[in-house]
Design a protein. Sequence first.
Lengths: 342, 590
Amino acid sequence: MAILRYAFYRFGTMLMTLLVVSVLVFAIINLPPGDYLSNQIAELKASGQSAGVAKAEFLRKEYALDRPIWEQYMIWMGFMPGPHGFSGLIQGNFGWSFEFDRPVSEIVGDSLWLTVLVNMAAIVFVYATALPLGVIAAAKARTWADYTSAFVGYLGLATPNFLLALILYYYGRKYLDIPIGGLMDPAFEGQPMSWAKIQSVLVHLIVPTIVIGTAGASAMMQRLRANMLDELGKPYVETAIAKGMAPSRMLAKYPLRVAFNPFVADIGNLLPSMVSGSVLVSVVMGLQTIGPTLLTALKSQDMFLSGFVLMFVALLTLIGTMISDILLVMLDPRIRYEGRDA
Amino acid sequence: MTPLLSVENLSIGFGRDEPVVRDVSFEVMPGQTLALVGESGSGKTITCRAALRILPKAAQIRSGRITLNGEDGPLALNQLGERQMRSIRGNRISMIFQEPMRSLSPLHRIGNQVSEVLWLHRGASERQARKAVLEQFERVGFPDPERAYNSYPFELSGGMRQRAMIAMAMVAKPDLLIADEPTTALDVTTQAQVLGLIKELQRETGMALILVTHDLGVVANMAEQVVVMHKGRVMESGSAAAMLKDPAHPYTRQLFDAAPEIPDVEAVGLPMPQDDLILEMKDVSKTYTMRSGRGWQADKLIHACRGVDFRLARGKTLAIVGESGSGKTTAARIALGAEPPDPGGEVLFRANPEAAPLTVHDMSRAQRTAFQRQAQMVFQDPYSSLSPRMRIQDAMTEPLEIHRIGTRAEQRDKAAEALERVGLNADMLKRYPHAFSGGQRQRLSVARALMLDPAMIVCDEPTSALDVSVQDQILTLLEELQEGLGLSYLFISHDLAVVARIADEVAVMRQGLVVEQAPPETLFHNPQHPYTKALIAAQPEPDIDRPINLKLVALGAGAPDSWAEAFRFTDSVIPSLVEMEPGHKVRCHV
């Protein structure tokens, strides 16, 4: 029950953090002088196209850009009625992209869940490779197994992602017939979900997962190895051996459990670094994730679009940290019982 | 009778180095206790670990044989395969380690960790194991076995954890228990109780015991046979009774002479003079607030010190004795000005007899700097109190640099002088701390404290991390310095025997309160408080005719509400210190 209460409390703090983040995000997208529309109006006026000016002026009113900044924020979030009543982020209206002249929700659309999908796959890949490799490297410290995994790990860490992407695409195509680029066959884009579409997405996911996950996996593997080595020297490990446990069971039950904490705590850090780190990779690999969208939106000062994307990334991060905090509390009684009367 | 375990000509070495254990032989009879005695580096721990084959990776058994004689004939332990060895560990031979704080996994429940032995060796189901473990918990003295079963190690005290370790080692009913310094990390009354428990369990089950220890007092209380080791070799072995009466080997005799003892005194001691006080603590209390971290729980108040009055005369030694958590270190920190006392308390310091007293916690900047020069500290752990990256010379001259005293050459001369004063050579100044042994490092710490010509030194358990022979040397050094320089010591210790030697007055603390205060002779001749009596009784003496009196220990070591009516105190009702005879105060209701 204590865990449920903690989860509830943690969810509350996450919402509070999100609120603070929204203020920061809004401040950041409003930092550059002017906004998309006023820049456009200035441009149109200079070239004497009054019809366009009228439309832009209309849009300024429509999106309350003529109001004071704090009101703009309240309207954007949906805390205050705008020109069309309550219609902000919390009501599910993500705003209008001036650059693309379409609602933000339409532009990001598919890429939202594709981003989540790609990053989840990458995280699963990170954990699935780092866990066994890290444990083996620690248990067989200073043997060829350790050195080989360290070598491969550093190679992964040092190779630029886009280069790795190109290499994998080339050989994947040549030997395994893995499709190049994108996250699904173009034929399925915009189509409703179907078994064939899922299959296509899965096949397309292989290379991006490896490319995005490799660096994280090798860093995490080294961290796990170091943690494990620290734990292996502790007296409780000796106790377990003196009990007559077999090495593999002993490793899994005792030192790994303790070395696991930082491993779990990293989920929160992993998410944002992957989302922002994968922008370049997404551009190179033609992935329809949110990364490239963010890039264009920021370049053209498309404030509602970039604001929404930033909020989305922040949300992912916060959810990641929340999950890892709750997992930690479940895993480690020392955290769970802190402050309890002994 | 065939011995249960016999070790013949055992040699163990690391890599290509000289062996660290050479030609060691001994035998353990069924049901008997053998003590392996030695100082750090003597090879006693590695010898006993060889029986379970849990040696460090780089160590190998070079030669010799270890044989376990069980019901099914002799087994050569040094030749068994890993798999067979596993069925011996925890089953036929089990082991208890030194640090109960770290020897249990912090993330698994105690019950799970203990039951595991039965799952492994008896193929017991969860229910069967649980039943057996609960019985064992009851046996080792857990007041509530169910609760202990579901506890995590960090919820238990050190003594309780060591009981859990004992339960784990005993639950499979092994033929041989190896206990590697099982009580060294515990308070003295807890040590007495744990030793008593091991002895009792041994009598019940008839298992043999190898007890690794550095403490001859523990040997006298526990062992039938003794093997004394030094630098990897056996110096002397034989029956405990004979050896303790008349040690044959010079090394054994040396160990005996160094072991501190509570003296058998006939007379009362002289009270500390009161005319020239260097330090005076008046009604000093310290309360910490432990935040519950949750809004709906009240914060907890911890009374680290309650109404402490100390008066330290110039050139004398006041010892504060108590177990962990008794408030002795807090009192010393307040005396040094490292922490302020609660309002109402006052600490006065007189640098010299003529000077006006300074209030330690209300000083100007200049006064504070001067005070810091006159009051220095020597810490417990000589390994972590010297920076490994600083040459001795830099570590020694640093205080002078901070206080801007002297030129570089003068500082260096001063450091050389201080080194010679503590019995080291001036040419050691260029070395780094790792080049020194534990005892030498503690000499360095003392030398560093002397650099500013202090009038008072606070010694926080300065010898408890050291071997007995080294402890002896450091105590002698402190005595010589006091005589030569007229230093005053505030000496913190958990060991009454050490204090017996060096103190002019002893204050026994328990739960932040001074329960008894007297000159050491008076205290040992005529202890009044049940807790003091328990401390004295729990001290293991290297004399086979003076075993630990567990009854006295039990009477005084428990919580204050288990004491006799006259001495009880609660958070709200605290009896005051009553002067029974000149200089002898006891906290009791009159």
